[in-house]
Design a protein around this ligand. Structure first.
Ligand code: IMP
Ligand code: MG
Length: 178
């Protein structure tokens, strides 16, 4: 690996570490959904797009991919306020086995809102798959599949950004403060 961009402190998760874990999660999903007749996978834009692409290409069970985009009122880079949907699903999810794929749970507000909203649409089942969870006091929202637990620092790469930068780094790194 070359030198880190100067705004980054250190690599938290290497590309290889991420890849191995993504394959493990995909195996688990393929096992758990083997008899369900297909998964309706919802990727949360923008942050989950790389995780979603890698994860779904390892699945051995039928699945379709859809997307939602969410935004928080009064959102700053480190605080998410009330959540709203800025792009919704293409199809109803009633009676389907739905899996939410999200990049990271910080306060948990985004996933909590989404989980409650989608529950109201009466899917046959609803589970969540999250790449990263920060160690802090988050809302008590169920995470059924988790990649890694990380320290409460701002991380970028592998889909995660700071002001839309660094999303396409192959690894996940800690951003320098100020
Ligand atoms: P929450 O609603 O506080 O759980 O925040 C979730 C959203 O905030 C994620 O979907 C990310 O878009 C963003 N986020 C939280 N922490 C980080 C981080 O460390 N790096 C990049 N994005 C983050
Ligand atoms: Mg996100």
């Amino acid at each position: 690996m070359g030198e880190l961009p100067s705004d980054l402190v250190r690599v938290v998760l290497s590309a290889e570490t991420i890849h191995n874990r993504v394959c493990e999660i995909a195996d688990q999903l393929s096992e758990d959904y083997a008899d369900k007749g297909g998964i309706y996978i919802i990727g949360i834009l923008k942050g989950a797009f790389i995780f979603l692409a890698d994860l779904t290409r390892q699945l051995t069970v039928p699945h379709v991919v859809d997307f939602m985009a969410l935004s928080s009122y009064g959102k700053t880079d480190t605080f998410s306020g009330a959540v709203r949907i800025i792009m919704d699903l293409r199809e109803p999810i009633e009676g389907r086995h739905v899996l939410i794929v999200e990049d990271i749970v910080d306060s948990g507000h985004t996933l909590d809102y989404l989980y409650r909203t989608l529950t109201g649409r009466k899917p046959a089942s609803l589970r969540t798959c999250v790449l990263l969870e920060k160690k802090r006091d988050s809302l008590d929202v169920p995470i059924h599949y988790l990649g890694f637990e990380i320290k409460d620092v701002w991380v970028v790469g592998y889909g995660l950004d700071f002001a839309d930068a660094y999303r396409t780094l192959p690894y996940i790194a800690e951003l320098k403060r100020d």
